[in-house]
Design a protein around this ligand. Structure first.
Ligand code: ADP
Length: 443
């Protein structure tokens, strides 16, 4: 970097100039005294009056020169000051100003970021008083305007933690706590911060994250594993029980047949469960390709009815399929939609007492074609309706299991319809019946 020596040269120059002026003044002064001395020695000055006159003259000369040199020095000093302020002080001031501006901009940026962060941030000073807090922290921890300190905020959650512990535990770098705040679960990470120069603790930073969703997902995952194990264990136990009995005893053909029928139906239940689980896993992992084609929804509904003819006949239901004339072709994965219709229709057949009435309507509304399946079966209690699409959710577990249900059908139906841009809605009344409406987009 090139060094600017100009100010230094100017200062040295002015300094030398001033020295020259002072020197010249001194020389004049000495000269005047010498001339008086010579005049005294040469007896040009004879009396005290003459000496006084000579001294007055010298005084006048010195006075005049002194004024001139003072004016010259003052002028030079003014010029120097003006120059320096221009060359040094002004740029220095500008530099400080721009630094302050930069710092202010950085501060504003930090404040803006804190303001819009989804994570909550609170900085406490060494006495536990809030130094800084962002809106997310206030919202996540439900902080009221009366909360000013660490204790005010965290004492109500009964944590096994306090300022002293966080600040003075030498080996503690950070610590987190999971807190339930009303209907949310939050994770708070506490970290002490220290002065960079002397390493003394200055306070604590708390970072608050909303982990409600991940806790929910974790619980769901655990429940799912427990449910799957339970669902598989039940038929396995039953199969083992019947086969062991068959192997141990000498049963007549009819009893053997009866036992084998149970084994067969339990094995089928397990197979259905595994197929459903595989389907769910394919949907979850996005491994399921949606192959959309245009097809006739009315024709598909009738096909599904035919496929379930044996079950319908077994339960002596009366099933009617009515298709409105003007339904345009739907645009979706045909196999997927068939699976959904079979599922909903199977539910109506299963959960309607023998000799029931099931109606299938296919129509068109706005841009969607719909299929409505109405039964006059046992219905679903209102409190269960909003949970019906959850995996493994069954209204009456034992009864549904008896009927071969796994509680996965509706959740699969919903996921399939989501993927195909459709929707599913259920209305039901206990002992009156259930109405399921599926909407599928047309092209
Ligand atoms: P499942 O394989 O057990 O039938 P679903 O996910 O298809 O599983 O259905 C979930 C639960 O919803 C069923 O266990 C049943 O209790 C209830 N349900 C579904 N459809 C009907 C219906 N048409 N009538 C009465 N209850 C039904």
């Amino acid at each position: 970097m090139k060094k600017n020596n100009k100010p230094l040269i100017i200062i040295i120059f002015v300094f030398i100039l001033e020295l020259v002026i002072i020197g010249a003044l001194g020389v004049t002064f000495l000269k005047s005294i010498n001339s008086i001395e010579q005049k005294i020695q040469g007896q040009e000055i004879k009396d005290i009056h003459q000496l006084q006159t000579e001294c007055r003259d010298v005084k006048e000369v010195i006075k005049r020169e002194l004024v001139i040199s003072m004016v010259a020095c003052a002028l030079m000093t003014i010029i120097l000051v003006v120059y320096l302020s221009h060359m040094v002080i002004y740029p220095l001031k500008k530099m400080i100003e721009s630094k302050e501006k930069r710092e202010r901009a950085e501060e504003t940026e930090i404040k803006t970021r804190l303001l819009h962060m989804t994570e909550g941030i609170i900085a406490f000073d060494i006495n536990g008083k809030i130094d800084l807090i962002n809106p997310a922290a206030k919202m996540l921890l439900k902080i009221s305007p009366e909360d000013y300190t660490f204790e005010d905020i965290f004492n109500k959650f009964k944590l096994d933690i306090n300022m002293e512990k966080l600040i003075y535990l030498e080996d503690l770098t950070s610590m987190d706590q999971v807190i339930d705040v009303e209907d949310k679960t939050v994770k708070v990470l506490f970290a002490p911060f220290r002065n960079e120069e002397n390493n003394k603790p200055e306070g604590i930073i708390a970072v608050i994250q909303d982990i409600t969703e991940s806790v929910k997902l974790d619980t769901m995952r655990k429940e799912f594993v427990a449910d799957v194990s339970h669902e598989l264990k039940t038929p396995i136990t039953s199969i083992m029980g019947y086969t062991d009995t068959l192997l141990e005893g000498d049963y007549d053909e009819e009893t053997q047949r009866e036992f084998l029928q149970v084994v067969s139906s339990e094995a089928r239940r397990m197979a259905k469960l595994v197929t459903d689980l595989l389907e769910l896993s394919r949907i979850d992992n996005n491994r399921k390709n949606v192959r959309k084609v245009s097809f006739d929804l009315g024709a598909l509904a009738k096909e599904c009815q035919k496929k379930l003819a044996i079950e319908i006949k077994k339960k002596k239901h009366h099933v009617e399929c009515l298709v409105t004339a003007d339904v345009p072709p739907v645009y979706a994965d045909k196999d997927d939609i068939q699976r959904v219709i079979l599922n909903i229709l199977t539910n109506s057949i299963k959960y309607t007492p023998d000799g029931g009435n099931i109606k299938i309507y296919v129509g068109f509304v706005y841009n969607d074609a719909y299929i409505k399946i109405i039964d006059n079966g046992i219905g679903i209690p209102e409190e269960d309706l909003n949970r019906i699409f959850e995996r493994f959710y069954r209204v009456d577990k034992s009864r549904a299991r008896e009927m071969g249900g796994s509680g996965l059908g509706l959740s699969i139906a919903k996921e399939i319809l989501d993927k195909n841009g459709g929707s599913i809605d259920i209305k039901s009344q206990v002992n009156k019946g259930t109405e399921v409406v599926i909407k599928i987009p047309t092209k």
